[in-house]
Design a binder for this molecule. Structure first.
Ligand SMILES: [Zn+2]
Length: 435
């Protein structure tokens, strides 16, 4: 009999690997890692847990991975909806960013987003925003796992004045936090239309030297693709490929207007697409060709994008809308089944971020990043297929408990690491300042 830290007995385990749902099983954790997913009687016989948590009526699954967001922008949630993007940016956001965005804004905004994500069952997110050191602090404090994109632009902001400074400031943040087990980093040029070839060359050099993935928004709108063809004679993705950006460490965000040759290029050279369906719908960008990407074997992750274009940092509504949008876009209700959508929202995100050896599924050896979802509420009954329920019935309000590295960070819908009231008070203070 082996003494271990934790044993969980949910009604059902959805480990993602292998696909499907396991009833009558227990999950065993020791020193932050999953030790076993075994029949309850085997767990009873082989393990003596220091903590034993029964989870009747609940499904245990890997925490969701939000593969693209701008966490601090949560402070802009709903500040000016239903206006064209150009007006929203030029009249509402840029002036406020210029005036207010600094370490304090980013820290408070990232803590607010982390609270929303953790309570909603997202255990890991991939960020792209200024002052990633402030986001890092917010993550360490709240306990959420994060991959922080180090932003790069060709034009100056309060954060950095030129591409070299963006890179040097960002890489200094990475140096300061690279020993933190819950933090990792990517290089995050904003988009092919805001970053020129010379800057991409530098980014590719650092990516190769430091073994860092590269993430960028790409082919989000038809206008962006048309402008690239006019200026460079090729699509944005083809240009990134020419510059050496694509490959297994490439994380393209949106990809709404990828051409068939773009998709083949991703399939041949590796590279991941983060699908942000709500953002694409809210901005009227279009429907990303997810079925074609999946058919070509391209890894698809799911992201919320920031409060600019999605007022919720909610992995559950994102999954459901992703599933429905694929059906309506293709005319085929079978095109992206619930199990596969769940896989994209967990393991697909982990693969995109290069974290799939550590998170994304409940298999022995991986970090114990897990969420318990209550499917016993009357609004969830009856439940014939937990996998379908997780995508089409459950919402973030169904999430009751969350563990990261085996540490419980949400218990019975309450955050354990941080005082939520303080974070809410800061958000209200910003509301007054930003109004
Ligand atoms: Zn974005």
């Amino acid at each position: 009999m082996r003494t271990v830290d934790l044993r969980l007995d949910p009604e059902v385990i959805v480990p993602i690997e292998p696909a499907g749902a396991l009833a009558g099983h227990a999950l065993v954790v020791d020193r932050g890692s999953i030790v076993a997913v075994v029949l309850t009687e085997v767990a009873e016989r082989d393990y003596a847990p220091r903590t034993h948590v029964a989870l009747p009526g609940k499904v245990l699954l890997p925490g969701l991975v939000n593969a693209h967001t701008h966490a601090a922008m949560t402070l802009f949630r709903g500040i000016a909806d239903d206006v064209p993007l150009k007006v929203w940016l030029e009249r509402e956001i840029w002036p406020r960013e210029g005036k207010h965005v600094g370490p304090e804004f980013v820290y408070d905004g990232a803590r607010l987003a982390a609270v929303e994500m953790l309570k909603g069952g997202t255990t890991c997110f991939h960020d792209m925003y200024f002052y990633p050191d402030a986001t890092a602090k917010a993550c360490l404090e709240t306990g959420i796992r994060a991959v922080l994109g180090l932003p790069v632009l060709d034009f100056p902001t309060s954060y950095a004045s030129d591409p070299d400074q963006y890179l040097s400031v960002g890489l200094a943040v990475r140096d300061a936090y690279k020993a933190s087990p819950r933090l990792a980093f990517t290089l995050a040029p904003h988009a092919p239309y805001t970053v020129g070839d010379a800057t991409f060359d530098k980014i590719v050099m650092f990516a190769r030297q430091l073994d860092l993935p590269i993430t960028t928004h790409v082919s989000e709108s038809a206008v962006e693709v048309a402008a690239s063809i006019e200026q460079y004679g090729i699509t944005p993705l083809a240009r990134l490929h020419k510059l050496g950006v694509t490959g297994p460490g490439f994380i393209g965000v949106h990809g709404v207007h990828l051409s068939s040759s773009d998709i083949e290029l991703l399939a041949t050279h590796g590279g991941h697409i983060v699908h942000c369906p709500v953002s694409n719908m809210k901005l009227g960008s279009g429907i990303a060709p997810i079925p074609a990407l999946l058919a070509h074997g391209v890894n698809v992750a799911i992201g919320t994008d920031g409060a600019a274009s999605n007022n919720r940092q909610d992995g559950w509504s994102e999954m459901r809308i992703a599933a429905l949008l694929a059906k309506v876009g293709s005319g085929d209700p079978a095109v992206w089944p619930a199990q596969k959508v769940l896989e994209s929202a967990t393991l697909g995100g982990a693969r995109a971020l290069g974290l799939d050896a550590r998170v994304g599924s409940l298999v022995p050896g991986k970090s114990a990043d897990m969420v318990a979802v209550d499917l016993a509420a009357t609004s969830s009954l009856p439940c014939y297929d937990p996998l379908s329920h997780l995508v089409h019935v459950a919402g973030r309000e169904s999430v009751t408990d969350v563990w990261i590295d085996g540490e419980r960070v949400v218990e019975d819908r309450r955050l354990l690491n941080v005082a939520e009231a303080d974070i809410a008070a800061r958000a209200r203070a910003w509301q007054e300042r930003l109004r």
